[in-house]
Design a protein around this ligand. Sequence first.
Ligand code: TUI
Length: 317
Amino acid sequence: MLNNFAVCGLLNIDYPIIQGGMAWLGTAELVSAVSNAGGLGVIGSGDAPTEWLGQQIRRTRERTDKPFAVNIMMMSPFLADNMKLVADEKVGILTFGGGNPGGYLADLKEAGVKVMPVVSSIALARRLERLGADAVIAEGMESGGHVGETTTMALVPQVAGNVKVPVIAAGGIADGRGLVAALALGAQGVQMGTRFICSEECVAHPRFKEQIIQAHDRATIVTGVSTGHPVRCLENKLTYRFTELEKAGASKAELEELGKGKLSLGVMQGDIEQGSLMAGQIAGLIREVKTVKAIIHDIMAEAQQVIDALGNHRMKG
Ligand code: TUI
């Protein structure tokens, strides 16, 4: 059986599977399901108010005794209050996205918090390792939401070759083959977002889940490159409009205005044309909504099969 992963020891979890800290969707329902199934559930604080985050931490604790994390989105208008809250609530594990959390690491280390920043470059991975990161999540541009510029295939082995802390691969992973590929590239585990959206427990609107089920390999598009905040979503009327405006040279303010409130409109209210449907390129591989437990079980079982089959290959002679 696949076991002995450094990240499992570090985080006190059974399987090297971490749930992406998705805004609106990383709620107590999904987080507790992932942690109860032996992975690491992650509350996605996004740009939600601090009160909401506090409520989700309490609701998660009511539903699980297992370790879970909070993802802090560095662009949140509530960043300072959110950081104070997770310290007061003694959340033991934090992931970070959408910016550089370097300035917070010394205090977090002193408080004994385990810190796993998301990185999309070697430079940032090395800097954050030096400042005390316990692991880094190397996220390729296949991911949904806010993305970097390098693919998972190219990024993971380069980051793994340049840091000593465990590397978790993210972006384009949704099954056992992806897990084994990540391990082959030098990662110790995987983070998945899109796969967990299509779980029974995720609070995403059923129409959003159905859009992922129906998605094909080229269903996503990156918009917002001109604003400095490129975001990958399922293509729809909103992304067409966004692309048109960008091509016409619209200002950053105009583009930000168009994007306002659109994530909850898409993923919670199920407006699949006018809402923002953040999802990764691997959406095309996802064919059914399953329980979180089945998702994790099936990935681990498939990964073992793939490794056994690879063991029969001989590269020479
Ligand atoms: O954070 C993400 N994905 C996200 S955050 C998000 S919330 C949002 N909503 C609307 C518009 C824009 C964002 C949606 N999806 N993934 C982790 C991630 N972090 N990817 C890339 C980064 C990153 C970017 C820059 C990490 C560090 C960084 O630092 C820049 C620097 O200072 O070096």
